[in-house]
Design a protein around this ligand. Structure first.
Ligand SMILES: [Mn+2]
Length: 187
């Protein structure tokens, strides 16, 4: 798979938005994390969550999220979305807590659904959704620093344009000027 990523803080040097991508055993894990608020506190929460995922990324999505929740209890918390693609079995799974948007653009378009809550503070029961994944389907994942107007971004570009170009363009066109913002495009 190819991955296009774009991320920037609202201001200053600390970005509360972070992401992680892991490829292993014919699987791909993609996660976007948004630390509550912004600045250093948000960045500390997100980076501890990344560390937790680094230690547990081969586990089930619900387990990964539970580890994050346990490991970042002393921080201000994060919202998170995680996608797992199983290349061998042609499936895509999603689990999320809070406001991270994840869409599958392709043969069977899907907008994944997150549970309300905050990882590290108010952790909900996790629900994992699994759908078919066809080679060439594109995943668009972003934090709420990207405005909802992004639904008007042309599907044709999401499906066929270079993933790096798409991620940069979406951040430039739809990045809100009052929040950290992150976009991942994967195909
Ligand atoms: Mn945000």
């Amino acid at each position: 798979m190819k991955f296009g990523t774009a991320s920037r803080p609202v201001s200053g040097k600390y970005n509360g938005d972070m992401y992680i991508i892991k490829e292993f055993n014919h699987k791909v894990l993609i996660s976007v994390i948004d630390g509550l608020g912004h600045g250093k506190r948000a960045a500390v929460a997100s980076s501890r969550c990344i560390k937790s995922i680094e230690e547990h990324y081969k586990e089930e999505l619900a387990e990964i999220l539970k580890h994050c929740d346990n490991d970042i209890r002393k921080t201000s918390g994060v919202v998170i979305g995680i996608i797992s693609i199983d290349i061998e079995h042609s499936t895509i799974s999603f689990a999320g807590v809070g406001n991270i948007s994840a869409r599958l653009v392709g043969k069977n378009p899907t907008h994944f659904i997150s549970r309300d809550g905050i990882v590290g503070y108010n952790f909900p029961e996790i629900k994992e959704y699994t759908y078919p994944y066809t080679k060439g389907d594109t995943i668009l994942m972003h934090s709420d620093g990207i405005s909802s107007g992004v639904v008007e971004y042309p599907l044709l570009k999401i499906k066929s344009q270079d993933v790096e170009a798409t991620a940069s363009e979406i951040l430039r066109l739809y990045g809100r000027d009052n929040d950290d913002a992150t976009v991942i495009v994967a195909r």
